[in-house]
Design a binder for this molecule. Structure first.
Ligand code: NAD
Ligand code: UDP
Length: 340
């Protein structure tokens, strides 16, 4: 297929380019590089022997999107482009609504004008809000809620896509709800490259391990979980990338709008992840226990049955592989792509 991949220079996008090339697809990336580097696509070329075409532009720039769609006929879009920091979205809600919602509406409008109706959307487990423990593992029909402006952008875009699919049967939407993507390509060439001090657990861990940060604070050890630390469904980014390829193979066959969890179906606690990481590096990771982080759910993991049944996809890589690969990338690129 000829694919338009928005946000394809980013963390999940670049890994998906590798998986999509392996499956024989052609790729054009549309990315404004607000949170990524074109170096990521150079690295994709080192892994795959070919490079996605990069169009530097904004999904909300109608003239840019139109010119791109006038010039190339795509079979499907994978839409990664968006701002994704929960805390920042609380500080700057307008920027999140404008970038993620207004931008996506321009993109969708131009796609329909150009007859490109197969659309794979990066949604998130954040749409489940703070899940009721009775609903674990989370199925796609669990109640939805937004706890931040970021979460609201995912929830509202999902809602818009459901309505658009209902109104116009030419649309085929896949709403892929990612759980906690971590890790990196096994080559160590591409991985997560957060600017500033990371908010997420795995990049924080790897930056402590590489000496950029002093120690990890584990937020809370009094949760109602087996070891008192929060439980999440960490998924290797390469499994996630392969999930997109599986979704592409089915998107045109599934009518309307289909929400699918991409997770492993297993919960791992923060303390367990730290232990896996220590095993991967062979040395202790400096850490201490601190207060709970406001807003954190005690536990959140996926029921991954629908992905297996509809897409024939299951996550294959375990926590040890996630930690090993995250560490390999961080040690090969201690300062991310800047001086890697
Ligand atoms: P990322 O920041 O690495 O990638 C996003 C890419 O989109 C970046 O390259 C950025 O430059 C680009 N971008 C942002 N706004 C744009 C715009 N208006 N026009 C063009 N390009 C734009 O993030 P990621 O972790 O790869 O996440 C990809 C998608 O997956 C996001 O939509 C995110 O919300 C979603 N998601 C991520 C996670 C996670 O933990 N990483 C979890 C659930 C969902
Ligand atoms: N976490 C932590 N210390 C950190 C960052 C995160 O203990 O420096 C915990 C956090 O409380 C949560 C888990 O790690 O329980 C995953 O957090 P992350 O922000 O990566 O993802 P979330 O599930 O919150 O989207």
């Amino acid at each position: 297929m000829k694919l338009l991949v928005t946000g394809g220079a980013g963390y999940i996008g670049s890994h998906t380019c590798v998986a999509a090339f392996a499956a024989g697809h052609e790729i054009t990336v549309l990315d404004n590089l607000c949170n990524s580097s074109p170096e990521a696509l150079e690295r994709v070329e080192r892994i795959c022997g070919k490079k996605p075409r990069l169009v530097v532009g904004d999904i909300g720039d109608r003239a840019c999107v139109r010119a791109l769609l006038d010039a190339e006929k795509f079979d499907a879009t994978i839409h990664f482009a968006g701002l994704k920091a929960v805390g920042e979205s609380v500080e700057k809600p307008w920027e999140y609504y404008e970038n993620n919602i207004a931008g996506t509406l321009v993109l969708l409008d131009e796609l329909r004008r150009h007859g490109v109706f197969n659309f794979v959307f990066s949604s998130s487990a954040t749409v489940y809000g703070n899940p009721d423990p009775a609903n674990l593992p989370l199925r796609e029909d669990a109640p939805l809620a937004a706890l931040s402006p970021y979460g609201a952008t995912k929830l509202w875009l999902e809602e818009m896509m459901r309505a658009m699919a209902k109104a116009d049967p030419r649309w085929h939407f896949m709403l892929l709800r990612y759980f906690n993507p971590v890790g990196a390509h096994e080559s160590g060439l591409i991985g997560e490259d957060p600017g500033g001090i990371p908010n997420n657990l795995m990049p924080y861990i790897t930056q402590v391990a590489v000496g950029r940060l002093k120690e990890l604070t584990i937020f809370g050890r009094d949760y109602p979980t087996p070891d008192g630390t929060c439980v999440r469904d960490y998924i290797h980014v390469c499994d996630l990338a392969e999930g997109h390829v599986a979704a592409l193979a089915k998107v045109a066959d599934l009518p309307g709008c289909t929400a699918i969890n991409l997770g492993t179906g297993c919960g791992t606690s923060v303390a367990q992840l730290v232990a896996s990481f220590e095993k991967a590096t062979g040395r202790p990771l400096p850490h201490r226990y601190g207060e709970r982080r406001p807003g954190d759910a005690a536990a959140c993991w996926a029921d991954a049955t629908k992905a297996r049944e509809l897409l024939g996809w299951v996550a294959k890589r375990d926590c040890d592989a996630m930690c090993r690969d995250a560490w390999r990338y961080q040690s090969m690129n201690p300062d991310g792509y800047r001086r890697g």
